[in-house]
Design a protein around this ligand. Sequence first.
Ligand code: ZN
Length: 343
Amino acid sequence: MKAMVLEAPNTPFVLKQVPDPEPGPGEAVARVLACGSGLTIQHVKAGRTPAGFPLIIGHEITGEIVEVGPGVSNIAAGDAVTAYFYLSCGHCRWCVANLEPLCDNTGGHVGRNCDGGYAEFIKLPARNFIRLPDNLDYKARPAEAGIISDALATPLKVLKRAHVQAGESVAVFGAGGGLGIHQLMMARWARTRVIAVETKAEKFDACRQAGADEVVDASGGDVVEALLDLTGGRGVDVAIDYVSATVTLEAGARALGKRGRLVTLGGAGKTFQADARAMLQKEQDLLGSRYVSRTDILEALDLVARGEIRPLVSDIRPLEEAETLHEAVEKGTVTGRAALTIG
Ligand SMILES: [Zn+2]
């Protein structure tokens, strides 16, 4: 099969012919129609996230099962599928509790610890394939269908993690990024007051179109002051930080009102100082949110299938143009998500 292979970290893709994958017991193989190209996998390509090489990256796939190995009953040839990103065990206490990102026996990630979706076919443990709903027109928009499993499900899970209620104010730091844009959409869908916090002026319009009621320019001026001004001095109910630099985390924490919740999703993943007195007096929560459960993916798929949300994929190219596409992802010039179409 044709595959985009990374021979080593921080090297260009090499388009190669590699053997077609064959499913062993408990495994399945899907033909890949499209695969999302986000910053998470660009970090792997650039060598900022450790992985085993040579490697085929990519996990936000739309595919069709072509073959299943012995003992597989959850999917069959012909099924339209997407993929669950984590190679979790399925039977530890966290997996059983539908909290698989916390798996005690994790085998790593699709496209990092095993080959991913930048190829004509992908082989995974069968349980990593999730069937697409019948009413999702994945053939018309395979790139959009593929990114639901991460770029849309992750923001949906954040709403649950932070117990976001209709009518609350939600500030999204890094709002113009691939996940940030979809967080704005999901926050709007949840009928909250949506505030985008973004440094790149060229992303402000996209933030508004995705659902932001207000945009705070974080490139200059005091973000905390701006957020307090916008909320009549009360502070925001929820701050969601996709940047997670020290400065954004501290701004998010300081901008919280009573019962405010700060959510970090990695990003830079830096340390920061929080005010224990404010946390006590205002009963605030500091939260981490890690990827999603399978249920979150099913719910996100259903939202798209019913037309409630439409993923934003603004740059779609053939597999052969992966290198150019990743240059755009690295520069941060993509609005929403980028994706490759394959086959
Ligand atoms: Zn587990």
